[in-house]
Design a protein around this ligand. Structure first.
Ligand code: FAD
Ligand code: SF4
Length: 433
């Protein structure tokens, strides 16, 4: 999309020649004729199920109706009134299981209205024409500190600014957006698009202090002294390691990465820094969730010839979405269900991984069988979950939270919805305090 120069300040923080730049969009933008035809399919259902399926409750039939009547700026306004991350969500939401999954066309055995792609059309078209800026209400004199500059805090800060409160975000990294910037698969959205959308969000007057980490450079007690309320939107912690015999060998350890770490490097670092991994002939991903499936599809997108997935349970027990699994299959990812790596050995420059067959016991536990397979691989990505911080002080009054940190890890749209809800709760507390 044509990104206006006026928003280029934050994007300048991105390094050039990042591997993610070579990825093509898997759901390309509709042109005006396609968008109008698709918009005219909407039945404008009474009690629209698509709205109920959207955590941010975007008035979907209204924005689609506005596209049909060629009021594209009006369509974008409807979207942004409910969800300030309207573009990021259009590109990254699992619409198949949210709004589009609920569309009444399914009950007619027809394909649902392409809500996500219409939302992308409205957001990109109107942005090129210039979306009117949101204005804050007159200052209330109340100050709110937010920790983490991911979608949860940014959505919360934006809603608070609209109400006239001062907001300052403390972020440990040097870029905003959290996983919206560094985690979303590049065939859905690139880091530059996330940062560009955040530039618009910040223009309401949200300040971010970069390089500030809660627990290290900032303490919650100090924030509570200086601000009327604190919002914690710090997401989840780093990838959880998987203890496997042999993984402590430094030669092997150098070729094992957490999947979220790898994805973040491919989105944020120059290709030169990833070269040893990009030259892999075979890669093994361990896990059964969406991060594991994203990692497999991204490795395929990087043209790594053989990508294998090992999941300790069966296909039907995977927590990853069915539509993502189907795409991974189509792209040629090799799937090894009911297997678990139990040993790594050096094999020349590569790793020889032993994958043991598993079975699930009657009480649901994973049991190892004697049967095994050997896989020689150059890279192993561990996608068995992220750690979850437990901050006891969140129980203090005047401390609020939302997003992955509070919900254990969901989607961008949930973080946006929870940030907005928290802003309302904070507003009620500080306005009467
Ligand atoms: C690999 C991957 C792919 C994903 N793909 C999708 C997708 O396609 N679609 C989708 O909707 N969702 C996806 N998600 C989920 C989505 O990214 C998250 O649900 C969402 O970003 C959560 O927002 P958040 O603001 O709660 O946390 P985060 O986005 O994690 O942001 C937290 C922020 O807090 C900062 N922080 C952490 N600790 C501290 C501290 N102590 N002090 C200061 N700052 C701190 C972090 O640096 C970060 O900027 C994906 C997640 C992953 C891991
Ligand atoms: S459910 Fe489908 S047809 Fe009905 S209002 Fe929503 S998008 Fe339109």
């Amino acid at each position: 999309m044509g990104m206006g120069k006026s928003y280029s300040t934050l994007s300048d923080r991105l390094k050039s020649d990042r591997p993610e730049e070579s990825f093509q969009d898997y759901k390309p933008r509709l042109n005006s004729t396609e968008a109008e035809l698709e918009a005219n399919r909407c039945l404008h259902c009474f009690d629209a199920p698509c709205i109920r399926a959207c955590p941010t409750q975007i008035d979907i039939p209204q924005f689609i109706g506005r596209i049909a009547s060629q009021n594209i700026t009006g369509a974008a306004k409807t979207i942004l009134d409910a969800n300030v991350f309207g573009l990021s969500c259009a590109l990254s939401c699992p619409t198949e299981v949210l709004c589009e999954g609920a569309c009444v066309y399914h009950s007619l055995n027809k394909k649902p209205v392409l809500i996500g792609r219409l939302q992308r059309f409205a957001m990109e078209e109107s942005t090129e024409k210039g979306i009117p800026k949101d204005n804050p209400a007159p200052p209330t004199g109340k100050r709110v500190a937010l920790v983490g500059a991911g979608p949860a805090s940014l959505s919360c800060a934006h809603a608070l600014r609209k109400l006239g409160h001062e907001t300052v975000i403390f972020e440990k990294e040097t870029f905003p957006g959290g996983l919206n910037t560094s985690g979303i698969a590049p065939y859905k959205m690139k880091a530059a698009t996330s940062i560009w959308e955040i530039d618009r969000i910040l223009s309401i007057g949200i300040r971010i202090e970069y390089g500030q980490e809660l627990g290290r450079t900032v303490q919650i007690e100090d924030l509570l002294k200086d601000y009327h309320a604190v919002f914690l939107g710090i997401g989840l912690g780093p990838d959880r390691p998987l203890p496997v015999l042999g993984s402590e060998n430094p030669r092997i350890a150098a070729r094992i990465l957490g999947a979220v770490d790898f994805i973040s490097r491919l989105k944020m670092q120059p290709s030169a820094e990833l070269n040893p991994f990009l030259n892999a002939q075979t890669a093994l991903v361990v896990g059964g969730g969406n991060t594991a499936l994203d990692a497999c599809r991204e490795l395929k997108g990087l043209k790594i010839p053989r990508v294998a997935l090992s999941y300790r349970r069966s296909e039907s027990e995977m927590s990853g979405y069915t539509h993502e699994l189907s795409a991974a299959k189509q792209e040629g990812v090799e799937l090894h269900f009911n297997t678990l790596p139990t040993e790594y050995q050096p094999q020349g420059e590569s790793i020889r991984a032993t994958l043991r067959k598993t079975r699930i016991s009657t009480d649901g536990k994973v049991e190892l069988l004697d049967q095994k397979m050997i896989l020689d691989t150059d890279l192993i990505l561990i996608a068995t979950g992220q750690s979850h911080l437990n901050l006891l002080s969140t129980h203090a009054t005047r401390v609020f939270s939302g997003g992955d940190f509070a919900n254990g890890g969901k989607e961008v749209v949930n973080a946006v919805a929870e940030g907005k809800q928290a802003a309302q709760a904070i507003h009620e507390v500080i306005s009467h305090g």
